[in-house]
Design a protein around this ligand. Structure first.
Ligand code: CMC
Length: 429
């Protein structure tokens, strides 16, 4: 007999089904709870709530496991490319050679953006944050493709997914070029995904730019590590917006905004700024750790802690190793790396961090690599978004194609005033 859960409210009992995932995770299915009992569940921050079933990414926060479509992240980081991983996440299997060639060709052919779109850049202040610009530009792509963005049409879905992955680097690089007052560099079809982005970021019309394969390789790794992370804040945002059947550009643009926050993807920028401020303030690493523990201060150690990982974030392990390798191969000595390592060492031994199971997360070392690659600090979260894009798209596609798809609409427990007449309220004003 299949397992069930019994919930007792007053003198009545209700039986609820248990759903079991392929890795043995279990959930009480409360889909019919309100209809059966009149009650809802309350779970602030969704700590215990599964919003969907998904076959894309598995992570075990206690054991520090992360797999895309069953394949361990360590193996993908070692052997794959970002565009292959994007295919894997979106279509559920690794592409064969012909499929990969075709996929890469399509991603290359759609990299250009409409010339009119460039005029939008002139309206933004020079120092406008690139995440704001990017979210706006991604939403604005929908205005150019109104004939092919119906989420319920499989052909429209296909071309929209390709356009987004192909054009994101172009838009990101254009936003950067605008911020530094340089002319934009058009995409180059002969280059692979990462090299093309680097070329658009760093080439100038006046001289040749040589793409360093080490830099391209490091970028490839970072994008793979960020490519999906199941139902995090930005992915859940993409699903929620997408569930209204708004077009994919609108859904992804919302995901970009969610990612921007310092408790989510914005942490990579915060980590670097924190390390620089430690370097400049002359405060010791111990003093910074004390500040992070002080309940009278809102300061948190950026790049530490994770909602799901209560053990080492497996991505952080890979990035730390890559950080050492990349800096050595590029011949860079960055004192911020030394500060970061000392900070990690002190925090990991501190009882406060031990008790709360706070470990370095993916963002702790990624900024140091981005800095070594020449990416400016305010572009770090844009880079995270570039990596996360296939994950957002895969999750959106899975949701739209699910026969159970419903508009996302949480409930609440109302705690405000009970009915009050306007006249009485006015008297109390
Ligand atoms: N520094 C100091 N204290 C912390 C930190 C930190 N980085 N993170 C959590 N805590 C404390 C927090 O104050 C709380 O203490 P207490 O129990 O005494 O009230 C306890 O640990 C639990 O924190 P929480 O906020 O309830 O935990 P959460 O699971 O809701 O939050 C988090 C997870 C990532 C938002 C949080 O750890 C954090 O703010 N970290 C810093 C920001 C960061 O690095 N974000 C990137 C996350 S990884 C990239 C991504 O996927 O977005």
């Amino acid at each position: 007999m299949s397992e069930t859960a019994i919930i007792k409210i007053g003198d009545k009992s209700y039986e609820l089904p248990i759903v079991e995932g392929s890795e043995g995770e279990k959930a009480i299915d409360i889909t019919k709870l309100r209809a059966q009992t009149g009650y809802i569940t309350l779970d602030s921050g969704y700590l215990n709530t599964g919003a969907c079933t998904s076959a894309i990414t598995f992570l075990d926060g206690e054991k520090g496991i992360l797999r895309y479509r069953g394949i361990p992240i360590e193996q993908l980081a070692e052997n794959s490319t970002f565009t292959e991983v994007a295919y894997l996440l979106i279509y559920g299997k690794l592409p064969n050679d012909a499929e990969l060639v075709d996929w890469n060709n399509q991603l290359t052919r759609h990299t250009m953006v409409h010339e009119d779109l460039k005029r939008l850049f002139t309206g933004f202040p020079k120092d406008g944050h690139p995440m704001a610009i990017l979210s706006c530009l991604v939403a604005s792509l929908s205005t150019y493709y109104q004939d092919s963005y119906d989420p319920e049409n499989p052909e429209h879905r296909q071309i929209s997914m390709i356009r987004l992955i192909a054009k994101y680097p172009t838009l990101a690089a254009f936003a950067y070029k605008k911020s530094i007052g340089q002319p934009t560099i058009h995409p180059m079809n002969s280059l692979d995904y990462c090299s093309n982005f680097l070329n658009m970021m760093f080439a100038v019309p006046a001289e040749e730019y040589k793409i360093d394969p080490e830099i391209s390789k490091a970028l490839n790794l970072l994008l793979i590590l960020h490519a999906d992370h199941e139902q995090n804040c930005s992915t859940s945002t993409v699903r929620l917006v997408g569930s209204s059947l708004a077009n994919i550009y609108a859904a992804i643009s919302s995901g970009i905004c969610a990612l921007w926050g310092p408790r989510h993807g914005g942490a990579n920028q915060e980590v670097l700024e924190m390390l620089i401020s430690i370097q400049q303030s002359g405060l010791s690493v111990k003093q910074i750790v004390e500040k992070a523990k002080d309940k009278n201060s809102s300061f948190r150690l950026s790049g530490f802690g994770h909602r799901v990982y209560k053990n080492f974030d497996p991505r952080a392990k890979i990035i730390k190793k890559a950080c050492d390798n990349v800096l050595t191969r590029l011949g860079i000595q960055d004192p911020l790396l030394d500060i970061a390592k000392e900070l990690e060492e002190v925090a990991l031994k501190d009882q406060y961090f031990v008790d709360r199971k706070l470990y370095p997360n993916v963002d702790f070392y990624s900024g140091i690599i981005y800095r070594a690659l020449g990416i400016p600090t305010n572009m770090f979260t844009v880079m995270f978004g570039m990596g996360r894009l296939p994950g957002w798209i895969a999750q959106w596609k899975e949701m739209i194609e699910s026969p159970d798809m419903k508009i996302g609409r949480p409930r609440q427990i109302y705690t405000g005033p009970t009915e009050t007449s306007y006249a009485d309220a006015k008297k109390k004003a």
